[in-house]
Design a protein around this ligand. Structure first.
Ligand code: HPA
Length: 236
């Protein structure tokens, strides 16, 4: 038990999927898990455990942003023994070649977050995905015929940048392909505690072309991404 989680030790599997949205955690558990069991509902930040293709798996909502994700991930690792953490989220696009519905495997995460920057003094730490998970996700996406991009994501603490896209134009100039709000903290915590992490995002709104995903397409794309993440998670 923790202040944010009333699950008991042993209630979570070693592999945990991390959507931001609690209702997406519920949807993942109820749609994909065999025998889903609710293990946490503190603050309605829902967590479930079940099996996927017969293997133990959990899902825990992370909430939005790096501070919220950091609380759940810190506790999943240090209280509940999680060893493989895969964020499944959405992101904005910063590269016109990346189309809505495309899947992004987040190889590295640039950030403006004090959670990461504040820790390393004069150094810029580079938060990166676990290579084994990244390779497994790329191989499995290929095998499923799922179009994906692998690259550098911006994990920002700010959704409403006052300067709009101009605020981050240097990043796409250096190959950053999308923006979300959690991956850099996830990778930093995984590195700190010696566990494996990956972030997989579906691009839902392109900040350059202003293309947006339709509600129907959003659900289908999320299904492909979640199945990919589940396959990677249970084999890790
Ligand atoms: N910015 C940050 N996070 C996001 C976005 C965005 O445009 N789209 C989906 N998640």
């Amino acid at each position: 038990m923790t202040p944010h989680n009333h699950a008991k030790q042993g209630d979570y599997a070693e592999a945990v999927l991390l959507p931001g949205d609690p209702l997406r955690a519920k949807w993942i558990a109820e749609t994909f898990f065999e025998n889903p069991k609710l293990v946490n509902s503190v603050r309605n930040c829902l967590g479930y455990t079940g099996t996927w293709k017969g293997k133990p798996i959990s899902v825990q909502a992370s909430g939005m942003g790096q501070p919220s994700l950091s609380i759940y991930v810190h506790e999943l690792i240090n209280t509940y023994g999680a060893k493989t953490l895969i964020r499944v989220g959405t992101c904005g696009g910063l590269n016109a070649k990346v189309k809505v519905r495309d899947v992004i495997l987040v190889q590295a995460a640039s950030t403006d977050s004090a959670i990461v920057k504040g820790r390393f003094g004069a150094f810029n730490f580079a938060p990166i995905a676990d290579f084994g998970l990244l390779r497994s996700a790329a191989d499995k996406a290929d095998a499923k015929g799922l179009k994906f991009h692998a690259g550098n994501m911006l994990s920002s603490d700010i959704f409403y940048h006052v300067d709009g896209f101009a605020g981050y134009d240097k990043l796409p100039d250096h190959g950053v392909i999308g923006v979300e709000m959690e991956a850099a903290a996830l990778y930093t915590l995984a590195a700190r505690f010696g566990v494996k992490a990956l972030t997989i995002c579906t691009m839902t709104d392109c900040l350059i072309t202003h293309e947006e995903i339709s509600a129907d397409a959003r659900q289908t794309s999320l299904k492909d991404m979640v199945e990919l993440a589940l396959d990677v998670a249970v084999e890790a």
